[in-house]
Design a protein around this ligand. Sequence first.
Ligand SMILES: C[S@@+](CC[C@H](N)C(=O)[O-])C[C@H]1O[C@@H](n2cnc3c(N)ncnc32)[C@H](O)[C@@H]1O
Length: 450
Amino acid sequence: MASTQSPPIAAGEEYEVEALRQNDDGDGVAHIRGMTVFIPFLLPGERARVRIEQVEKRFARARLLDRLNDVPDRVQPRCPVFTRCGGCQVQHVAYAAQSAWKEARIRRMAERLGLDTGLVRPIETARTPYRYRNQVQMPVRWNAATQRVEMGFFELGSHDMAVTETCLLIPEAMDDVLRRARWFLTSLGSTAQFVHHVIVRQSSATGDMAVVFALATDDPSVKRSVGRFHAPQVAQVAVTVQPRAHGPVWGPTVHVMKGEDHLEENLCGLRVRWSPRSFLQVQADMAERMYQHVVRAAEIRETDVVIDAYCGIGAMTLLLASHAARAVGVEEVEDAIQDARANAKLNQVRNAEFVVDRVERWLPRFVEAGNRADVLVFDPPRKGVDRAAIEAAAEVNVERLVYVSCNPATLERDLRLLAARGFYVTDMQPFDMFPQTSHVECVVTMRRGL
Ligand SMILES: C[S@@+](CC[C@H](N)C(=O)[O-])C[C@H]1O[C@@H](n2cnc3c(N)ncnc32)[C@H](O)[C@@H]1O
């Protein structure tokens, strides 16, 4: 029978509370009348007056009205729109405490999995906790009243824009290009109403930047107009057509209007090209440390066949190939595989092959065709590894599996599934790839039991 009991608290009520811990999103967690309440921007040990905003069956959310004390880990957030923009969650936490919190999160995951927490290594921290990102997607909108283009980020869980001139996670040169793009779009007048995002990417090796305008129309005159944008260090101007302003930013294709069709990056001594539709880790320095860790963890022998599943532009595949007999990279984005093949040539790596396919389709077929591999690397998107690929991982007879994850929730789910198929964890290495946010990257090394 459904419970008729009403919740012990209601929206609009105000309370004085103390946060006891931080949840995985970085929010403070308090208890009010037996109910768990999440309070953004309140740290464990801090007391505050809060107003209840939303009450669900098992938890509630509250807004911080007035903080009554500060804990030593609190710092002044640097970004003026930090509490409104959905991009960063923990700018109010000193960097050392942020990274310790992420490491503790991985340790708690290990505990839940019944693993020895000694398997979790100290987190690799960022050398520069601000201005580290090599890519940004900035929503833009035409303000008909002021006849100007505004830029900013969508507020958490909404389509309201926190208007800002700057993002402190990207280098100043990228900020400068965003500002110039805004002035340029304003100069186009109402044509700018068709632009819903500006995407800027920068190579840390050359400083060159690529600018992509996401358009709500495929009108050639609009494409030509935005294609005239120029700014220092911008080596490529491109457009992508995505009619829906809210939802995916990228359309199915990208047209380069001016300049190069790719940027060049340098990773672990490899020259690699990076096209607009291809994934690249957001910090080159951290990516290098992570790739080196993966190569060490895989303990590759020169007779080994290695599969790099979800390989992107293939940088990690090429590094793995240099120790192995053969490496195969699998990736669903065709442009990324074209980059990967070009990168193999650029770096004269002859024992790496690349396949455009979904991992969950390709890996079972690879197994069915009687193929075997010695090492499997998984580096999936946030949703984790598809069940069919997990099943195939158990069939492909690998001895060593290295799982690179950007989402501890799906990592935990997949580690349980892999453990049930005979894989056991030998090492967990967190990386702080995304300082100021609640996100954490983690590389888990596994072996196959007998
Ligand atoms: C986290 S990135 C890792 C890329 C690469 N390992 C790197 O370090 O740059 C995940 C990649 O998986 C690709 N991807 C997503 N789902 C996929 C699927 N089902 N099958 C194959 N590739 C997929 C994405 O396009 C992206 O390039």
